[in-house]
Design a protein around this ligand. Structure first.
Ligand code: NAD
Length: 437
């Protein structure tokens, strides 16, 4: 299913037309543009509208001033990008990380547009972030920066406009502060303005583990189709947070062995398989896998060449580089993170017969249950966890089957297959709505 012969973004005549970003072929926005270039030959007359995919509808940059506990005033850059609103309100997470940039948020917003359309949710795509290391802030500082950021982006978010959610380094408590701030500003409790909230404030059962659950369900289905037995399968995971830890737990519970884990603090290897519950307890206590004694510490680059059947990147984008793609031993890559594979690495993996289940379907469990949360908030009627998981499994496996069939029909990668399905929906909506005026 290789389609690596498609041009890379810098060969597009319209590339770098936006004055405010300067992407490279391996940066997040450059990666996204290459993915769009690859889909255009398969979307027929809708290609007329394809340029709308290469331009975010709206980008907002805000200054977030913060009074530190010691009385100093610090300033941080905040972003909210609404990539597309053609199919419904914006939807996508908020990331707190010292490396956040406008370009990264643009790419993450665009991938949300594609993801929401790939699984047919009635949303456009958006994303936000603050360029901050939250580990340097006290809890009170974290609350103040969250509230100021929410007020600053309050001009474009709302239950019908754009609905943030957790992403890297954000969590239900931060969503509660965002919901409260927005509600104070509009003068009414607006639970539907964010998802991923605590249960007590209109959150949904099943949301916390939904992304990891979806990674497991789509991974199990891909393994079935590729005839990779789940029982005894070796699985390595980069990132042991909101997404990686629940995915590891579900794979281990189903008989797979988690043989390697890596996070920001260290890399561990255990060919016999980790005790995932003990590892999770260690990470809850110390904030990192480093120091866990149930495995051997190895060098961070060695992570990419350990003997494994399934690799799950569940940390940050751009991790599977050209050099690492050449060394992977896995038969299947489950993209739990957003944008973990750069385009040139995609081509190498395709040549090597390694199947990549793309982020836009693999990690869509989180936004699917966020959608359920939003629906439940509107109706003020809440579902059981079993109901949530059943509906999630139905939507995600149905979408995966449709994408798999599309990829086989066109003899293209699963990623381009997912983009064909998604961009068809996005651009049909765009064409049907027409341009205003
Ligand atoms: P998180 O903050 O809970 O966890 C991130 C993990 O990555 C941590 O274990 C951290 O130590 C690790 N990490 C950070 N930098 C690293 C580095 N340089 N090398 C190795 N490991 C590193 O974040 P999360 O919510 O689990 O998100 C992880 C990925 O999944 C992101 O790409 C995010 O966009 C994506 N995602 C998250 C959700 C969600 O519901 N949270 C949904 C869809 C996609």
């Amino acid at each position: 299913m290789a389609d690596g012969s498609r041009p890379l973004p810098h060969s597009s005549p319209l590339f770098s037309n936006l004055s405010y970003v300067h992407p490279s072929p391996t940066s997040p926005w450059g990666t996204y543009l290459a993915q769009v270039d690859r889909v255009v030959p398969y979307i027929g007359e809708l290609a007329r509208w394809a340029e709308t995919l290469r331009r975010p509808k709206r980008t907002l940059i805000v200054d977030v001033p913060l009074e530190l506990d010691n009385g100093d005033i610090a300033h941080f850059e905040g972003f909210r990008v609404q990539h597309s609103l053609s199919r419904g309100p914006g939807k996508g997470g908020v990331r707190y990380h010292p490396d956040v940039t406008l370009e990264e948020v643009m790419a993450l917003a665009a991938w949300m547009t594609v993801k929401n359309a790939a699984v047919n949710l009635p949303y456009g795509g958006a994303k936000g972030g603050i360029r901050v290391d939250p580990k340097m802030l006290s809890r009170k500082e974290l609350e103040r920066i969250t509230r100021r950021y929410t007020s600053e982006i309050g001009v474009i978010i709302g239950p019908q406009q754009d609905i943030p959610a957790p992403d890297v380094n954000t969590n239900p408590q931060i969503m509660a502060w965002m919901m409260d701030t927005y509600s104070m500003n509009v003068g009414a409790t607006a639970t539907g303005v964010v998802t991923g909230k605590p249960l007590n404030l209109g959150g949904s059962l099943g949301r916390v583990k939904a992304t990891g659950h979806g990674v497991f369900v789509t991974g199990r289905e891909a393994m079935r189709r590729l005839k990779i037995p789940l029982e005894g399968a070796r699985v390595s995971i980069q990132g042991f947070g909101n997404v990686g830890a629940p995915a590891a737990e579900l794979f281990a519970r189903s008989g797979a062995k988690i043989v390697a884990v890596q996070d920001h603090g260290g890399t561990l290897y255990n060919p016999g398989g980790f005790d995932v519950n003990a590892l999770t307890a260690h990470v809850e206590q110390f904030g990192t896998v480093a120091g866990f004694t149930g495995g051997e510490a190895i060098g961070s680059e060695d992570f990419w060449s350990v003997q494994t059947d399934v690799l799950i990147p569940a940390a940050l984008e751009g991790q599977i580089t050209e050099a690492r793609a050449a060394r992977l031993t896995a038969k299947l890559v489950l993209e739990a993170a957003n944008g973990p594979t750069v385009p040139v690495a995609d081509d190498i993996l395709a040549e090597r017969g390694i199947v990549v289940l793309p982020d836009v379907i693999c990690n869509s469990g989180g936004v699917i249950v966020s959608y359920f949360e939003w629906v439940q908030d509107f109706s003020s009627f809440f579902w059981s966890e079993e109901e949530v998981n059943q509906r999630l499994d139905k939507i995600i496996t149905g979408a995966l089957g449709h994408i798999w069939d599309t990829a086989e029909r066109h003899k293209i990668s699963l990623r381009t297959g997912a983009f064909v399905v998604a961009c068809g929906r996005i651009l049909t909506a765009r064409a049907e709505r027409g341009l205003y005026p």
